[in-house]
Design a protein around this ligand. Structure first.
Ligand code: ADP
Length: 423
């Protein structure tokens, strides 16, 4: 039997998320999460999904490091008859946050590729080291197995220079690789393609604004299947208001905090990344709780909701101008898929842009891609659930699976390695 399974790994600094998929029908066999790695209170939750699934199983107690986390996950998979030593496993697909300019497509990991991912650590100090640890751990477990890196930044490498450049001194920017890279690219790619499918058109024919609203949030403008603008920049801090991140602020706020408030660079980093956004504005970052408070008349929660929605609306307008013609605005991720009031408020008043939301359609709950705009609206407004793991599995299998691409037009190839110098 040909190898047909793909393990997807998303390694964070203290957590590992995994999913095992059967690429013959792209179904999920199992998924799991190991969190608080290295602490006494580590926890693994493993969910068998094959054949209707079974109850999740939980382990608690110290899991010392990423290697121990992957070992524990492998044991749980083996208990389901899905051991990672199985010849049915075709590859491991890794989410890698930062691929710089060099990695424009999923790439089979070689020593040289890993070195290049390491060279990007200065521009992704929070993310790439954890991704590298995950890759090394998986390599140690199955040294002969193809490992593929799927980059969050890859989809955005088609952005024109006019969108990717900050207007700062070019030599300084280039010396330190400072430019707008964008993130959540796997989701933006998947969702924009699914939206074209929902509209019954080819991705090359449609212009889409994708609003990925999770705990992190980003918008992108996708013209004919290619990203032309996105809201995150050098790091995932720029752009929309997020759960704990500020999104756009005047950069002078940072000097001000340093000079006037006496904060250190690290304090400011923590303030803008962890104590801002919805949490900074009202103390909560869960949109469900914020809506509950808004409905109860809480002013801080209302302010947070309004700032969040205002920013979103501003980006929808800006990206309409960037695209010239918009065929669809699509909401995805935790908030985008579930929070009808956010969708309603973000689109309210945009009739002049051809955008409207039907209250009945917007209120309907479903896990399927769906339109929420009325028939008369010129622009389709849609909800399309994202699936980053499936996209990573598709891209990984397309690259290494012997049966060839199964993932449709988004399934990529190993990119040629352009001579990009330090980029
Ligand atoms: P992550 O960026 O961590 O992957 P998700 O895409 O899972 O995040 O989104 C998580 C967020 O989605 C939560 O913090 C919460 O604000 C929001 N969310 C989840 N379910 C709902 C819901 N039913 N209603 C409103 N918001 C929701």
């Amino acid at each position: 039997m040909e190898a047909h399974r793909v393990l997807v790994l998303n390694s964070g600094s203290s957590s590992v998320k995994y999913q095992l998929l059967d690429m013959r029908d792209r179904s999920r066999l199992a998924s799991g999460l190991v969190e608080r790695i290295g602490e006494e209170t580590s926890r693994l939750v493993h969910t068998p999904l094959a054949g209707g699934g079974a109850e999740p199983r939980e382990r608690t107690g110290r899991i010392a490091d990423h290697a121990a986390a992957l070992e524990a996950a492998a044991e749980e998979l083996a208990a389901d008859g899905l051991g990672l030593d199985s010849p049915e496993l075709a590859a491991i697909g890794h989410r890698v946050v930062h691929g710089g300019l060099r990695f424009t497509a999923p790439t089979v990991i070689t020593d040289e590729v890993l070195t290049e991912i390491e060279r990007l650590v200065p521009v992704a100090p929070l993310h790439n080291p954890a991704n590298i640890t995950g890759i090394r751990t998986a390599q140690a477990l199955r040294p002969e197995l193809p490992q593929v890196a799927v980059f969050d930044t890859a989809f955005h490498t088609t952005m024109p220079e006019a969108a990717a450049r900050y207007a700062i001194d070019v030599e300084t920017a280039d010396a330190h690789r400072i430019r707008r890279y964008g993130f959540h690219g796997t989701s933006h790619a998947y969702v924009s393609r699914k939206t074209a499918e929902l509209l019954g058109r080819a991705p090359e024919e449609v212009n889409v604004i994708v609003l990925h609203l999770g705990n992190g949030a980003s918008a992108s403008a996708v013209a004919g299947g290619r990203c032309v603008e996105t809201s995150m920049g050098l790091t995932p801090l720029e752009g929309l208001v997020m759960g704990t991140r500020s999104g756009d602020v005047d950069p002078a706020v940072t000097f001000h905090l340093k000079r006037v408030a006496g904060m250190s660079t690290d304090d400011i980093d923590v303030l803008l990344n962890k104590k801002s956004g919805l949490v900074g504005l009202c103390g909560d970052n869960d949109m469900r709780e914020i809506r509950r408070r808004v409905d109860a008349g809480d002013e801080r929660a209302s302010l947070a909701f309004d700032v969040y929605v205002h920013r979103l609306k501003k980006y929808i307008g800006a990206y309409t101008a960037v695209l010239g013609r918009v065929d669809a605005v699509v909401f995805t991720a935790g908030v985008g898929e579930n929070a009808a009031p956010v969708r309603e408020a973000a689109i309210a008043g945009l009739e002049e842009l051809g955008m409207a939301v039907d209250a009945g359609l917007n209120a309907r709950r479903s896990g399927e891609p769906r339109l929420i705009s009325p028939d008369y609206a010129r622009v389709a407004v849609a909800v399309v659930p994202t699936d980053e793991e499936l996209e990573i599995a598709d891209q990984t299998f397309a690259l290494v699976g012997r049966s060839g691409p199964v993932g449709g037009p988004g399934a990529g190839q190993a990119g040629p390695v352009p001579a990009q110098g330090d980029n």
